[in-house]
Design a protein around this ligand. Structure first.
Ligand SMILES: [Zn+2]
Ligand SMILES: [Zn+2]
Ligand SMILES: [Zn+2]
Length: 270
């Protein structure tokens, strides 16, 4: 029992000694460090404290999508400092979609950033689109013919159908009128106190009207109506020149319709 107590006492004593030694060591090291610090200050000659004089060394501006930074350095001690610049984000302007037509281009709905000048399909700027792709091409015209295509005859004019766009009305081909066909030439053969006139058959003609006169102006002209394409006019004055013309007629919707006159022919009767 005695031995045990003595052992405890020794342990307590040695602990005390250890802590005293430790405290002494700390004090000593403090003293040495202070002395050293004071010594180095004396040797360098630098001021003990200074306000850093930061000078800008480089700058990277922030953009719509990336942050920037300004790097400074103290002109006195070279201490660096960095200021970070926040991402700016896009400055979006909305462009509504416009459907293209056959006369005007359309616009795809998009957002345009005033800062970086880029275009996007969404307001957040996630989907980039090329400037030219924001434009929608014009649509094709809707071609359709108008008017009739009718061939001309000696009795009525014909026409050619036109072509236009049914949407905007633009005319690609005008509808045009084809004039009546001319009657053509008359053939004249002189005879004794007579002449014989003949001409080419006119398609769809119901008959012909022939006029003849001693005057070029057809004053006091005489008229003959016939079905055929040849006529001999008799009992004429001999050695006289007669002016002759002919035209055809037909019936359209119950109405008599004439062709134009043939060219005037002349014949000197025997
Ligand atoms: Zn400094
Ligand atoms: Zn932008
Ligand atoms: Zn059109």
């Amino acid at each position: 029992m005695r031995n045990g107590k003595a052992q405890v006492m020794i342990m307590k004593k040695s602990k005390m000694i250890l802590s005293v030694l430790l405290a002494a060591a700390v004090l000593a090291s403090c003293f040495v460090f202070n002395a050293f610090a004071a010594d180095s200050k004396l040797n360098s000659g630098e001021p003990e404290e200074h306000t850093h004089n930061f000078v800008e060394k480089s700058r990277t501006d922030a953009t719509c999508t990336s942050s920037g930074e300004i790097v400074y350095e103290c002109s006195e001690c070279g201490e660096p400092k960095i200021d970070f610049l926040d991402i700016l984000g896009h400055d979006m302007v909305y462009h509504a979609g416009v459907d293209p037509t056959c006369t005007s281009k359309g616009t795809r709905e998009h957002w345009h950033c005033l800062r970086c000048g880029k275009d996007f399909l969404d307001q957040s700027g996630d989907t980039f689109i090329e400037k030219e792709d924001t434009v929608l091409d014009k649509l094709d015209h809707m071609h359709q013919s108008f008017g009739k295509t009718v061939s001309a005859t000696c009795f009525y004019a014909g026409s050619v159908a036109g072509e236009k766009c049914t949407v905007c009305g633009k005319i690609f081909k005008k509808s045009s009128v084809v004039p009546k066909k001319a009657f053509g030439k008359i053939k004249l053969k002189k005879g004794k106190n007579s002449f014989t006139a003949s001409w080419k058959k006119v398609s769809k003609a119901k008959g012909y009207q022939l006029k003849y006169s001693l005057k070029k102006s057809f004053k006091k002209a005489k008229s003959k109506t016939l079905k055929g394409k040849k006529l001999t006019v008799k009992s004429l004055k001999s050695k006289k020149t007669y002016y002759v013309k002919v035209r055809a007629f037909t019936k359209i919707n119950g109405k008599k319709v004439y062709s134009g006159w043939s060219k005037v022919g002349k014949v000197k009767v025997k």
